[in-house]
Ligand binder design. Structure first.
Ligand code: BES
Ligand code: MN
Ligand code: ZN
Length: 490
């Protein structure tokens, strides 16, 4: 996998600022107040930093921004990046500033002189997250070059604070790699293999094969994959870091490794984007990796349904009626509304086996959510206000866009079928909501549940503050924080 650049931590030694080749970064607040390192840079550059800060101060220095002094006279460095990160800044501003220097670094050695900034570790996380590039299929891929060193006044405290954050970075990179990977490489089998590999970091991983899924009665899940040469699988990942016997938080992910639409075939233009239709499963996997790496004191189970939606002589047809694991029958009117078919069985299985304290499903479920919310926010649907608020709070703190959408009986009524218990589409109006209503039919009474429609945010066509274009890893940070703030013991 693409590994995050490892960050080293050293004690502040301002003598090194003048000699460091590569890039040097210093931190100031919104008033332009210089710390010891910044003052040293100012001295070395014969007042250039102070003049720049004074010029910037007239328009106001904005938290989360960076300006650069290129080829500073009096220093060996090619550039000095000046980060504006006041103590009072929210954490995402610290990361945003870090991300800018992470990007600007290129292949240079970056010396981040954070002094006594309380945001040192978060700045480092920003730098590391933005410094991602998917090189797996470039034959001329160059090895990652250059280093990131954080020079700070309390090395022990900053490196301790950075440890769980680097687990978040690695989990996010894992998700991004999975989402970026083309479907001929990331088949249901190779996806499952990559998840099984996480046994090496302490996760318990099981792969349920088709015969087992058949035995369990997961017919709607199997129906989605029955036109593909790749076998359908369900992978169960368990992280038991919490008190024994405590009901787990369950994360359930849609893992359609490629969505052609099936017999209800999608148009050719843009179909290649459907390599990301396993984004829900990819995010669940990244969160599980993060929790294991930072040894979270919580019980969390991640369950993903891995299928490929293909048209073929064995594929499901529009009009087919299939029985779910729950026992409810579904009239499949559109084979392209496949995500809900696999999720309903995966969610039912999750509840039957684990009796989770709460359940969150993630899926690139509907194009309609992109029409509604664009690429800025994931759609959030929930049957429980308290649980939903806790998630929205975590997402907000992490700077991951999330917006609550409504549910209601009238939407559910749109799923009525004349011949089965329900149909798998509700028509064009409120397409994301009827998809969520379909899922809610498979949530047991009393289980707090959130459905995250991540179709618009899992992979995007332009750079975002913390990621280059392509897979974002949306949700890994929010879910990790949700666990940290609500499910960890002591
Ligand atoms: N995987 C798609 C949704 C999607 C669209 C994800 C664009 C990412 C980007 C999903 O399986 C799908 O095809 N949904 C249909 C549902 C419809 C047939 C009711 C859609 O949104 O058009
Ligand atoms: Mn589809
Ligand atoms: Zn799909």
């Amino acid at each position: 996998m693409t590994m995050p650049t490892s960050v080293t931590f050293t004690e502040t030694d301002i003598e090194r600022l003048g000699d460091h080749a590569g890039r040097v970064a210093v931190v100031v607040d919104e008033t332009g107040k210089m710390d010891v390192s910044a003052r040293r840079v100012n001295r070395l550059t014969k007042g250039a930093l102070k003049r720049a800060l004074e010029a910037k101060a007239t328009e106001g220095l904005k938290p989360g921004t960076v300006f650069t002094l290129a080829y500073p006279a009096g220093m060996a460095a090619d550039a000095v990046d000046v980060l504006c990160v006041p103590r009072s800044a929210p954490v995402h501003k610290a990361r945003a500033a870090g991300a800018i220097v992470g990007k600007q670094r290129g292949k240079a050695d970056l010396l981040l002189a954070t002094g006594s900034s309380k945001w040192a570790a978060q700045i480092a996380l920003g730098a590391v997250l933005r410094d991602y590039s998917f090189q797996a299929h470039k034959t001329d891929a160059e090895a990652k070059a250059g280093s990131i060193e954080v020079m700070c006044n309390d090395k022990a405290a900053v490196s301790a604070a950075a440890e769980p954050l680097m687990a978040v970075a690695e989990g996010t990179f894992f998700t991004r790699d999975l989402v970026n990977e083309p479907a001929n490489i990331l088949t249901t089998t190779s996806f499952a293999d990559r998840l099984v590999e996480m046994e090496s970091i302490g996760l318990k991983v099981e792969v349920l094969e088709e015969d087992k899924l058949e035995e369990l009665g997961m017919r709607t899940l199997l129906a989605v994959g029955q036109g593909s040469a790749s076998p359908t699988k369900v992978v169960v990942m368990q992280w038991n870091g919490g008190a024994e016997g405590t009901a787990p938080l369950a994360l359930v992910g849609k893992g359609v490794v490629f969505d052609t639409g099936g017999i209800s075939l999608k148009p050719a233009a843009g179909m290649e984007d459907m390599t990301m239709d396993m984004g829900g499963a990819g995010t669940v996997a990244g969160v599980m990796r993060t929790l294991a790496l930072r040894k979270a004191k919580a019980n969390v189970v991640g369950i993903v349904g891995l299928v490929e939606n293909m048209p073929s002589g064995t594929a499901i047809r529009p009009g087919d009626v299939v029985t779910s694991m729950k026992g409810d029958t579904v009239e499949i009117l559109n084979t392209d509304a496949e995500g809900r078919l696999l999720l309903c069985d995966a969610m039912w299985y999750t509840q039957e086996r684990f009796q989770p304290a709460a359940m969150i499903d993630l899926a690139t479920l509907t194009g309609a959510i992109i029409i509604g919310l664009g690429h800025e926010n994931a759609g959030v649907f929930s049957n429980d206000d308290t649980f939903c608020k806790a998630f929205l709070k975590a997402a907000e703190a992490e700077g991951e866009g999330a917006w609550r959408m409504p549910l209601g009986q009238a939407y559910d009524d749109m799923l009525k079928s004349p011949i089965a218990d329900m149909k798998n589409i509700g028509g064009r109006p409120a397409g994301s909501i009827t998809a969520a209503q379909f899922l809610q039919r498979f949530v047991k009474e009393g289980v707090p549940w959130i459905h995250l429609d991540i179709a618009g945010v899992a992979s995007v066509k332009s750079d975002t503050p913390l990621a280059p274009k392509g897979a974002t890893g949306w949700g890994v940070r929010a879910l990790d924080r949700l666990v940290a703030d609500n499910y960890e013991t002591e």
